[in-house]
Design a protein around this ligand. Structure first.
Ligand SMILES: C[S@@+](CC[C@H](N)C(=O)[O-])C[C@H]1O[C@@H](n2cnc3c(N)ncnc32)[C@H](O)[C@@H]1O
Length: 261
């Protein structure tokens, strides 16, 4: 059996590097991602990619924003696919930069398929996904021998904007459920999980803008999820399960005073 060698970065033209930008904090970018960016001729990026991360590309590199705002893509997925193929065929060294990890709820899989079919060399550089970054920011262990034996990453919004899940399976015990893109469906998530057997007082945590200066963490119980979500904006991640009770929320000076600290 021949062992596969790790792909080394070779700045050959006409390739696409599908790179994870992490959750926003440039300190959470991998060394390999930074190296790809430093050598990019063109960077095709999503809206969630922070300016500090984009700044790692050379000033002369072309930057193309194909980002999504409020469910609306600047370019359709089909046009993004065509753009990537065209740029690679022009012989350019292309970095396709996506928030978090490119293969977790990032449509990276679809782009990879199209590029492979077009015969274009494509390499994946993983990134720190929002679940890992937000959990770290809130001090939540996503698995824990006493509280959670499995971790489920769930999309809180399907491609048609709706939310459909296997609720009985998600309501099972010993699980940490992490909902990406779930903010707008917080009320439905809370209702369905409670109706399918989760205790109303199951701990939940919401992390807005994890790792970024606007980071906000709220903790509470499942039946109050919709109230907790009020006023929060995307990107926000929902963590539901016993481990959320271990979150460490920074105490505001006012609250600390009220507590007598
Ligand atoms: C389209 S998904 C992209 C996920 C990304 N590929 C990843 O691996 O993190 C976008 C969702 O990820 C979550 N997300 C991404 N970055 C985040 C951050 N810095 N803080 C909180 N949630 C984040 C939010 O739930 C957001 O709606």
């Amino acid at each position: 059996m021949v062992a596969r060698q790790p792909i080394r970065f070779i700045a050959e033209p006409g390739q696409v590097w599908l790179v994870g930008a992490g959750p926003g904090d440039p300190g959470l970018l991998t060394l390999k991602a930074a190296e790809c960016l430093a050598r990019a001729e063109v960077v095709v990026h999503d809206r969630l990619v922070s300016p500090a991360v984009l700044a790692k590309a050379p000033p002369g590199a072309e930057r193309i924003d194909v980002g999504k705002a409020c469910g609306r893509h600047t370019l359709s997925q089909e046009n993004i696919n065509r753009l990537l193929v065209r740029l690679a065929r022009q012989g350019r060294n292309v970095v396709r930069l996506k928030g978090g990890d490119p293969l977790i709820f990032g449509r990276g899989g679809e782009e990879l398929e199209v590029l492979r079919k077009a015969g274009i060399a494509c390499h994946v550089v993983p990134g720190v996904t929002a679940a890992a970054a937000c959990a770290a920011a809130a001090g939540i262990p996503l698995t824990h021998r006493e509280h959670a034996q499995a971790l489920v990453l769930v999309t809180g919004t399907r491609s048609d904007g709706s939310l459909e899940c296997d609720w009985p399976a998600l309501a099972g015990s010993g699980l940490t459920r992490v909902f990406y893109m779930g903010l707008q469906h917080a009320a439905q998530i809370s209702r369905e999980l409670c109706e399918h057997g989760c205790a109303a007082d199951t701990p939940v945590a919401l992390v807005q803008q994890g790792s970024l200066p606007g980071q906000t963490i709220r903790v509470g119980r499942l039946d109050r999820l919709a109230e907790l979500a009020e006023g929060l904006r995307p990107p926000t991640l929902l963590v539901i399960g016993e481990v959320a009770a271990l979150a460490e929320v920074p105490v505001s000076p006012v609250a600390a005073e009220a507590e007598g600290f």
